[in-house]
Design a binder for this molecule. Structure first.
Ligand code: ZN
Ligand code: ZN
Length: 120
């Protein structure tokens, strides 16, 4: 008596599980993508140029960087800081120093927006 039919079932179960896992991975990736684009859309609703209404292209990104505690002293201690993304701060908008509103680079010059510049 051959057990071939049992092998067939094992094979079938294995294939089905592989398919399930692929499907789960695909769903996870899609969910992740959606979450990210939602976050960016919400971010862009909060941060935009108050003059031309151009939304910020993304959050402020601080890359990894180091600081020397005693510049000039070769024994100065070097501290490394991990880079981070700050979703509460736009990467490409400045705060006008007069009206304190977010302004894009095209609508500002040296931290002063076009509207305030007109009143100087
Ligand atoms: Zn602008
Ligand atoms: Zn201003």
């Amino acid at each position: 008596m051959s057990d071939l039919w049992k092998n067939k079932i094992d094979e079938y179960i294995k294939k089905r599980e592989e398919r399930n896992q692929e499907e789960m991975a695909r769903l996870r990736a899609r969910r992740e993508q959606k979450r990210e684009s939602n976050q960016l859309a919400e971010f862009q609703e909060r941060f935009f140029c108050h003059i031309c209404h151009r939304p910020s292209s993304g959050p402020f990104e601080q890359p990894d960087h180091s600081e020397v505690s005693n510049p000039g002293d070769y024994l100065g201690k070097v501290t490394w800081f991990r880079g981070y993304t700050d979703w509460n701060k736009p990467g490409d908008l400045i705060l006008c120093e007069i009206c304190h509103q977010y302004t894009c680079f095209q609508c500002s010059r040296k931290d002063i927006c076009r509207t305030c510049a007109a009143k100087l």
